[in-house]
Write a protein that binds this ligand. Structure first.
Ligand code: GCU
Length: 340
């Protein structure tokens, strides 16, 4: 199934490129193709559009980034393969997918790793504590991690009107999770029945009743329209998620020094802008989802926290994961104290 889809994506990509009359380079303009599974209105898509404008301006129009939203180039699992092969140049990839390349990425995604988005961003961007982890995919996946965009705090949302206060209330509901062993364990710990699935399939699965629930941040809940088919958002705030912005490493290494400098500068400005856009987008998403009929509920956060405590030890058993976990906790402690 996955291979078939991958072939379909590659064919679609080549057709799109042929239809546009371009390969990567058209009359001296280098076009980088970026894949993202979000809509055009999502703050990550908007920030990356601005990155394209920044790069284009700084290189006098020699380089730009064309963004393909809505999984048009494939879901994240396929996109990873396409970036590795250099068929897609850049992508936004959830931390959960990175776990499948190197299990140590799981550490970054653990419930309880961060208390707030601000704290998370201080640890994951421009911080040497991440160097080994990020560098690990250069040799194995020909991929460079530019850095992270926050996914905000993630919470549960349900189709039914049943009140959720504690994990016991989940009563084995079928909860969509990202394709990650840790996410499966996390939903089990919350007393749900985990159902791994690509992001783009969640709306229909909720609508059809294949799923009882899903978990995501408020921005995705609104922009992906999940609120239309799962009207109750329970503020479990069970973890602070992270997306990585990645680029094919051969491409990055092959950039002329002035282009690379412009690109790096544009990335720094972009991730800082994303953090600002995110705050605003979260507030707007809550208002818009409410206007669309969704209800936001508080839960017994202590009960959820207690249920989730067993997850981190389960995923920090190897030497390397334990070391990373401890080093990240030391960094996180420096920036503690801000509410999630
Ligand atoms: C967030 C995240 C995506 C991820 C999605 C998911 O929206 O930004 O990268 O794919 O969650 O739950 O799959």
């Amino acid at each position: 199934m996955r291979v078939k889809r991958l072939i379909a994506v590659v064919v679609a990509l080549f057709m799109a490129v042929a239809a546009a009359g371009c390969t990567t380079t058209v009359s001296q303009v280098k076009i980088l193709r970026l894949s993202i599974n979000q809509t055009a209105k999502h703050p990550s898509t908007i920030a990356l559009q601005h990155m394209s404008e920044r790069v284009s301006k700084a290189t006098n129009g020699r380089v730009r980034i064309d963004i393909y939203p809505n999984e048009t180039l494939g879901a994240q699992a396929e996109t990873l393969q396409l970036v590795k092969a250099g068929i897609v140049d850049m992508a936004v990839i959830s931390g959960t997918q990175m776990e499948n390349l190197n299990k140590d990425f799981t550490v970054v995604n653990l419930p309880g790793m961060f208390d707030s988005v601000d704290q998370q961003l201080k640890v994951v961007n421009d911080n040497p504590v991440m160097n080994d982890l990020y560098g690990s995919v250069r040799d194995t996946w020909n991929m460079r991690i530019l850095g992270g965009f926050t996914q905000g705090t993630r919470s549960l949302y349900t189709r039914s009107d049943k009140t959720i206060k504690t994990p016991a209330d989940l009563g084995n509901m079928k909860v969509r999770v990202q394709e990650s062993a840790m996410m499966v364990a996390m939903v089990r710990a919350m007393n749900g029945s985990p159902t791994p699935m690509a992001y783009g399939e969640v709306y229909t699965a909720l609508q059809a009743g294949v799923l009882d629930a899903a978990e995501n941040n408020e921005v995705s809940y609104h922009t992906a329209k999940h609120y239309e088919v799962a009207k109750h958002y329970w503020q479990t705030n069970h973890l602070v998620g992270l997306d990585y912005v990645v680029i094919n490493d051969d491409l990055y290494e092959g950039m002329a020094p002035d282009v690379r400098a412009a690109f790096d500068k544009a990335w720094t400005e972009t991730y800082l802008e994303h953090a600002e856009l995110w705050k605003k987008a979260t507030e707007e998403a809550i208002t818009a989802a409410k206007d669309g009929g969704a209800t936001f509920h508080t839960v017994d956060n202590k009960a959820f926290k207690a249920a989730l405590e067993k997850v981190a030890p389960e995923f920090t058993k190897t030497e390397s994961s334990k070391k990373l976990y401890e080093a990240m906790k030391v960094e996180a402690a420096k920036y503690a104290g801000k509410a999630a």
